[in-house]
Design a protein around this ligand. Structure first.
Ligand code: SF4
Length: 282
């Protein structure tokens, strides 16, 4: 795929996504799809490809309130949506959770991604309720990292969330998440963005170096370099076993006792983070 000319590479990437959508029944004719847009390369490429394939998604952007970063990705998102004729809704953490991420992190006891992840998940779920599918820009590299992280930390139940469609999302209150970019690598997505002239902000979230995911990513990339095919092997290994992963009753989805949103625990992680914000850690 990487040895194709520009036009054929673009067509092949789009074909790969269409094939993923059809193989896993990700989008049917009756579906109303919203794309979780971050403004980064993955979600911009996802939106671009879905529109190119004839789908008519809306877009939803969550503004975490990360100064010096998020504002650089909001403008390109607005421009892309305007050029593709896609309706864009922007929701901030301040609106949904009462604080920007930057302000929340003034409390030193909170780790950036451990609060940001649950808040974003909850905001996306909350504002995607009127849709039948929530399309996210996770690519092959993201999935490999998530699978390895969950295996290493013994969170077998979380593996159930992975795959081209989130199989545990059939429960009331959750719009099923789909990952049409599942079989495209980060490198291929970067190339697609370049060849289609998408405006991608080159910077990363300033909190990203603190995450475990960053270290796992480097480790997998290094291993892929010396053992080509590693990423594909990880995905194949997972997809082979995914249907056999069972959930214990303790991991069933229920309603959070505080906010009422779907949660695997009595109090969801998003509300727990808010509780910590209200506590006395300095
Ligand atoms: Fe949020 Fe962490 Fe991602 Fe930054 S790297 S946007 S803090 S989840």
């Amino acid at each position: 795929m990487d040895h194709l000319c520009s036009d054929h590479f673009i067509a092949h990437a789009q074909h790969t996504v269409q094939h993923t959508i059809e193989s896993y029944d990700l989008i049917t004719q009756d579906d109303k799809v919203v794309v979780g847009l971050s403004g980064g390369k993955d979600s911009q490429v996802l939106l671009h490809i879905l529109v190119a394939l004839g789908y008519k998604p809306d877009a939803l952007l969550i503004d975490e309130g990360i100064k010096g970063y998020r504002e650089h990705t909001i403008e390109p998102s607005k421009r892309l949506c305007a050029s593709l004729g896609v309706s864009l809704q922007i929701i901030s953490y301040e609106y949904d959770h009462g604080s920007t991420l930057d302000n929340a992190l003034k409390k030193k006891c909170l780790r950036p991604c451990s609060i940001c992840g649950p808040w974003r998940r909850q905001s996306l779920n909350r504002h995607a309720k009127e849709y039948t599918k929530l399309a996210v820009g996770h690519n092959l590299d993201d999935e490999c990292q998530a699978i390895v992280m969950n295996v290493l930390s013994g969170h077998q139940e979380l593996l159930k969330r992975h795959g081209p469609i989130n199989m545990s999302a059939k429960h009331t209150g959750l719009t099923p998440r789909i990952k049409p970019l599942y079989f495209l690598s980060e490198r291929q997505i970067r190339l697609y963005a370049y060849l289609t002239h998408l405006h991608i902000y080159p910077g990363d979230c300033p909190y990203a170096p603190l995450s475990l995911r960053g270290r796992i990513r480097d480790w997998i990339n290094e291993y892929e370099h010396t053992h080509p095919g590693t990423k594909k092997n990880i995905i194949d290994w997972f997809l082979d076993r995914r249907d056999r992963i069972s959930l214990s009753p303790s991991h069933s989805i229920r309603s959070c006792l505080q906010c009422g949103e779907p949660s695997s625990q009595n109090i969801c992680k998003s509300c727990k983070a808010k509780q910590t914000l209200g506590s006395h850690c300095s």
